[in-house]
Design a protein around this ligand. Sequence first.
Ligand code: B12
Length: 218
Amino acid sequence: MSTKSDDIMQEIVRSISNLEGLDHIKKLVEKALKQKHPVNEIIEKGLKPGLDDVGGRYEKGEYFLSELLYAGEIMTGLFDVLKPHMKQGDIEQTGTILLGTVRGDMHDIGKNIFGMMAQFSGFKVHDIGVDANPERFVEETKKTGAGIVGMSTLLTSTLPEVKIVLDRLREAGIREKVKVIIGGNAVTKQFAQEVGVDAAALDVVEGVEICKKWATAK
Ligand code: B12
């Protein structure tokens, strides 16, 4: 039996899947916030499954690139609603995270959510954007003195970029000085182990928790 609070999540999933319009979806998210659903839950149980549906419909040929683009716009619009409700962490400045989406990949919604959540948990986040080449990851890590490097990759075709970044960090002599975490739709724990990163996060909450553990273990 579904409860009233499950209903709002299902409504969000359905309306994103059907791309029912930003204003309408904003109202649903505001309703969920009023019902005291935490931001994490709205992202993981509402927005993410909704976007997964959009991706599935794209794969089936029911949606096209324009629909994927529109889904991206909806997400960006929803950030404004969610941001004021993200809890400020009680830890002050736990370290710096160098964050980017790997070369060849333009997806940034998940990366931005992770970046925001990490900032709210006390981290300084230096975001180098999308389609970031391996040399940039290395240069910016050195420049900022970041202790954590976060890479996002949603495309299977860009997964090999993770290894290239690791190799470049090693060549620059800083691989052992940083922890590397990866996330994004294409990432699995098995891939993380095989490629030799320190962690893979399947969602932002897990990602932030791992980074916090690293920061406090120092
Ligand atoms: C919106 C979208 C787009 C938008 C992106 C807009 C934007 N500003 O990001 C646009 C239109 C640009 C786009 C383009 C393309 N897309 Co697209 N897209 C999507 C879609 C529908 C949603 C992605 C998303 O934002 N999800 C929601 C976020 C919150 O989830 P997430 O990114 O996984 O992030 C979560 C975690 O993974 C984690 N996380 C993410 N990053 C990081 C980083 C760190 C460090 C940590 C700790 C955690 C973390 O935290 C997040 C929250 O829990 C997905 C479908 C899907 N199921 O993902 C397809 C999808 C990713 N796209 C796909 C494809 C094929 C494409 C195109 C190639 C299409 C085309 N023919 O051109 C292009 C590629 C362009 C390029 N070079 O990058 C495929 C990829 C298939 C594959 N396995 O390779 C998917 C899976 C759709 C599908 N089912 O076919 N896309």
